[in-house]
Design a protein around this ligand. Structure first.
Ligand code: FAD
Length: 431
């Protein structure tokens, strides 16, 4: 029967990894059905909640994801948190194969005294705040200080620095939330330091050209050593905001204000590089430096969390242990994206990685390594969810919210004004 030839597959997470894995499976298997489960009410993961508002071109991948979602063999089930609303073993019962693509939802802690002081945030939460992630809408960062320090020198640190320093009128026509724009308009922040443990040759920024490491180093050196041309120098002198990279510094302690109520600075250990075998490590020299600041954003990395006790998880590396996307020791279970590789790499990297996982799954299917006989797929899961009072939202529900956001943005010339309140979204959908 057709049902027997129909592999039922589900993907957990609707970021780039989830969508690219689904795309690969649908393209290379003419019968496979793919259900995508997502805990948020809206799809696209970090493309919506991570990518900076002033980089709209990056979000064009949404068009491809939307095409995938429109396939009649694909369904999106939002508002379903796997591990809470439905377990991974339940998904494994209902499907021939399960792909975990749930990204990296936590941040790496600094593990230094003072980290809990008001005025210290993770870059992850700050990014979520300006991008409309519901759980970060209460963040309300106080930008009445003149200096902010960002700990970590990766792409996210650069995004955050840029958002802090860009004149708010340049963000007015992006999809940054209205609330964030309001706070940024009041910002007193004039200087942003981007602090890293290591040197200019080890920074984790990426650029979109060939031989990026060499070019990046050249760019850094050129900017740091070249004398600005006359008009550039004049421009720099009149700039009301500035930023700088501070190398060979590692955070020791967040310094409190005299009343102990908030952050007033950060104590940094001066480091130098030391070769340890093949690797190069930053080790403290014993010298210290105090940098006064009113805001500390820690940007030392995202981190995946385990979502279900039945799924192996490497707590040290923060990934699901796998061989090219096959979860170790669990036939029929796969992973792709940041939860597979760790939280590094741009959307293009995530795409290639997800195609590879899709390929492995289809190979196993062909080799008869997945359970034979029909599986109920989403019907069984919908019954479970409904018995638990969980009401999923569909891709066409998202398209209603999308239209609403676009309409709300129109008045102010923005591509959209994001809905940030799940209650309001559910109400708009008549749930
Ligand atoms: P995510 O995009 O995080 O997707 C995971 C999805 O799983 C999310 O939708 C999440 O809600 C969902 N989920 C989590 N837990 C559950 C659960 N229990 N049940 C159901 N669903 C769940 N790349 C670029 O190419 N260009 C850029 O400009 C760029 N900017 C970036 C800016 C920031 C701040 C960050 C953090 C990353 C940026 N990246 C950029 C990298 C890019 O976002 C990642 O490569 C990509 O999003 C990783 O995809 P993913 O699907 O693995 O994870």
């Amino acid at each position: 029967s057709t049902q027997e030839k129909t592999p039922q597959i589900c993907v957990v997470g609707s970021g780039p990894a989830g969508f690219y894995t689904a795309q690969h499976l649908l393209k290379h298997h003419t019968q496979a059905r793919v259900d995508i489960y997502e805990k948020q009410l809206v799809p696209f993961g970090l493309v919506r909640f991570g990518v900076a508002p002033d980089h709209p071109e990056v979000k064009n991948v949404i068009n491809t994801f939307t095409q995938t979602a429109h396939s009649d063999r694909c369904a999106f089930w939002g508002n379903v948190e796997v591990g809470r609303d439905v377990t991974v073993p339940e998904l494994q019962e209902a499907y021939h194969a399960v792909v975990l693509s749930y990204g990296a939802e936590d941040h790496q802690a600094l593990d230094i005294p003072g980290e809990e002081l008001p005025g210290v945030f993770s870059a992850r939460a700050f990014v979520g705040w300006y991008n409309g992630l519901p759980e970060n809408q209460e963040l309300a960062p106080d930008l009445s200080c003149d200096t902010a320090v960002i700990l970590g020198q990766g792409n996210v640190a650069l995004d955050v620095a840029r958002i802090l320093l860009t004149p708010p009128e340049h963000l007015e026509r992006t999809d940054i939330t209205k609330a964030a724009l309001g706070v940024l308009r009041q910002s007193q922040v004039k200087t942003v330091w981007i602090v890293g443990r290591r040197g200019p040759l080890q920074v984790a920024f990426t650029i979109k050209i060939p031989r990026p490491r060499k070019r990046l180093t050249e760019l850094l050196l050129q900017t740091a050593t070249e004398k600005p041309r006359v008009e550039e120098a004049a421009h720099l002198a009149s700039a009301s905001r500035a930023w700088g990279l501070r190398f060979f510094r590692s955070p020791l302690q967040v310094l409190p204000s005299p009343d102990g109520r908030r952050v007033a600075g950060i104590r940094l250990a001066v480091t130098r590089l030391e070769a340890v075998g093949e690797a190069i490590r930053a080790v403290p020299t014993g010298d210290m430096e105090d940098l006064p600041c009113g805001l500390v954003l820690s940007s030392i990395g995202y981190k995946s969390r385990p979502i279900d006790p039945s799924v192996p998880f490497d707590l040290k590396l923060g990934v699901i242990p796998n061989m090219e996307g096959r979860v170790v020791d669990v036939p029929g279970l796969y992973c792709s994206g940041w939860v597979k590789t760790g939280p590094t790499g741009v959307i293009g990297t995530t795409m290639n990685d997800s195609f590879l996982t899709g390929q492995m799954l289809l190979q196993d299917l062909k080799a008869g390594l997945l359970p034979s006989g029909p599986r109920p797929g989403s019907a069984a899961i919908q019954a479970l969810l409904s018995s638990r009072g969980v009401q999923p939202v569909s891709f066409s529900d998202w398209e209603k919210l999308d239209a609403k956001e676009v309409a709300r943005g129109q008045a102010s010339g923005k591509p959209r004004e994001k809905l940030v309140d799940p209650q309001e979204m559910l109400q708009l959908l008549g749930h």
